[in-house]
Design a protein. Sequence first.
Length: 130
Amino acid sequence: MEIKRQSCEKEFHKLFEEANEMAKCLGIELILPRTTWGQTKRDNYNTRDLETYYRLAIFNSILDNVLSAIKERFPAEIINIYYLQRLLPSQSIIGQTNEDQLKKLLDKYAFALGCNPPYASKNLQSEYLL
């Protein structure tokens, strides 16, 4: 989602073209909403381009809201716990496991293995390669 937000112009252009085609098929004309200089309670973007207005007023704000909600609900700690499943044999795929992620997991959860972090790293690497 963050990638879509960073490349929002390209992503929204695809969506806008689709919406424009649907509107033409349904006989609906897409127009800019009326704006005034004193408008302070609503979006008031200074643009004459229909696509730019809807990208700024709707698309970007929705993406920002969704991204902030996801970050609130899934903090970094939860994401790190998600990577614990990579330690399960059924979930581990050789070549797809990121060693940096495994190192972070070991630093955080080495106590559960019952040994010091340097030994835990060697143990995990040897077990993982089996």
